[in-house]
Design a binder for this molecule. Structure first.
Ligand code: GDP
Ligand code: MG
Length: 424
């Protein structure tokens, strides 16, 4: 049984929260793309946890967690994140954390290049998290990256690093006129942060295949959302990896296996971190109010998130990209203080109404069409079954289902593990 949990929108929909909830029914949780630019916040009976690289299943004692080959892994960040969680009482050992030998190492010079390029772009910057993700993926396609498995053969790796650093300096020093990187500092870095991870590194494709054959249940945890996918998202304001559910078996290391279910995580309103077109964006007081009510500040970066009402055009596109079989609608409680709630139901593009998400270049010319629906204007955080929800809230959920053409099976009404309603 293979299930994926993926984002329908711009990310930060509450994927970590839903993985934490649903992972109780799974044996393995696997991240398959992205890196430490992810920020998944989980609040449960053990406390509040922020996860960047570790799968959200790490908080369950009996779950094995996998960092798949589609990921780019900052080994210093991973070490520090694991130590931070251990200090919070979380067990992390080679028994419950497995790192793919084919995953790419995000190197210090990737972080440097990410910063140098964003600074060069200045007013035209992409809104990168500056964590080296794009340069690390670029090197993967250039076949110049270091893979985690190479840490198992350090002498060979350190020889290769000398060649890679020489090549990298053509860009770092030659192109950006920055001080060159030295092979010694890179090797020292790999010794400090890479070698202690050696017992965690293995062929996770084999591990997942064996687990599946033995009838184990596997949950794939995506980072970001459909609109940040490197191909299907709002290019170039996307991440550098595939955030799409269909990529999960590939990025996990089991291209031979088929997904059984794709659960799309969709937020009851919109939020977006970083640059780029965001058609249904709120500004001024409306934005401040929604941002505060939803506590919309980046978990990885602390950046204030841009916010807006639910965008049916973008979300319907997201549902399609993710091949979502069902939806978990999150943060419905955030809309509890409104007499009326706005929804973006269409875009006006060059004088014509459209419900189809256009090619990204056209998004700057799109104006949102807002419609108002009745709010419930009462606290819903205590609701645990559909009949507990006020009629207006049930109508809001039904309308979103209709607009997105997908069943909403879970509705979360609070950040804690048990604060949700199973609708069907
Ligand atoms: P992710 O990146 O998709 O995992 O989402 P984030 O963790 O970045 O953002 C979701 C935020 O909303 C986190 O701070 C969660 O604790 C919080 N959250 C999740 N579900 C709910 C909910 O139903 N209600 C409220 N009020 N907060 C929620
Ligand atoms: Mg997040």
């Amino acid at each position: 049984m293979l299930t994926s949990i993926c984002g329908i929108n711009w990310g930060d929909e509450g994927k970590g929260r839903m993985v934490d909830l649903l992972s109780g029914g799974y044996d393995i949780v696997c991240r398959y793309q992205g890196g430490n630019n992810a920020g998944h916040t989980v609040i449960n009976e053990r406390g509040k946890f922020i996860l960047n690289l570790l799968p959200s299943g790490i908080l369950r004692e009996n779950v094995v967690n996998v960092l798949g080959l589609g990921m780019v892994i900052d080994i210093k960040h991973l070490t520090e994140e694991a130590d931070r969680l251990r200090a919070q009482g979380v067990k992390i050992t080679p028994d419950n954390l497995k790192i793919s030998d084919r995953a790419t190492v995000t190197m210090p010079y990737h972080v440097l290049l990410d910063c140098l390029e964003e600074d060069r772009l200045a007013g035209k910057k992409f809104g990168s998290t500056r964590r080296g993700i794009a340069p690390a993926y670029a090197d993967r396609y250039m076949k110049k990256s270091v893979r985690m498995g190479e840490l198992l053969h350090p002498e060979q790796l350190y020889e290769r690093v000398k060649d890679i650093v020489e090549w990298k300096n053509l860009t770092v020093a030659g192109g950006y006129r920055n001080a060159p990187v030295t092979a010694e500092e890179v090797i020292e870095y790999l010794k400090t942060y890479g070698e202690p991870l050696r017992d965690y590194i293995c062929d996770t494709g084999k591990l997942l295949n064996d687990a599946e054959a033995a009838g184990k249940k596997i949950l794939f945890e995506a980072q970001l959302g459909a609109l940040r996918d490197v191909d299907y998202g709002i290019i170039p304001f996307t991440s550098s990896s595939s955030t799409i559910a269909a990529y999960a078996p590939i990025g996990a290391g089991v291209p031979n296996l088929k997904l059984h279910k794709s659960i799309g995580i969709m937020k009851a309103y919109s939020s977006c971190v970083g640059e780029g077109p965001f058609v249904a964006e709120y500004f001024g007081e409306k934005a401040v109010r929604l941002r505060e009510e939803g506590s919309e500040y980046g978990a990885a970066t602390g950046r204030p998130r841009r916010v807006g009402p639910f965008d049916a055009v973008a979300s319907r596109y997201g549902v399609r990209c993710q091949g979502a079989d069902e939806i978990a609608l999150t943060k419905l409680d955030v809309l509890s203080d409104y007499e009326e709630i706005e929804i973006c139901t269409a875009y006006e593009l060059d004088g014509k109404l459209t419900r189809e998400f256009p090619y990204p270049d056209a998004l700057d010319r799109c104006k949102p069409v807002f419609e108002k629906v009745k709010g419930w204007n009462t606290d819903i955080s205590h609701c645990r079954k559909p009949s507990d929800l006020p009629k207006a809230a049930r109508e809001y959920i039904a309308l979103l289902e209709k607009l997105c053409e997908c069943n909403i099976v879970y509705v979360s009404v609070g950040a804690e593990r048990d604060e949700y309603v199973k609708m069907k």
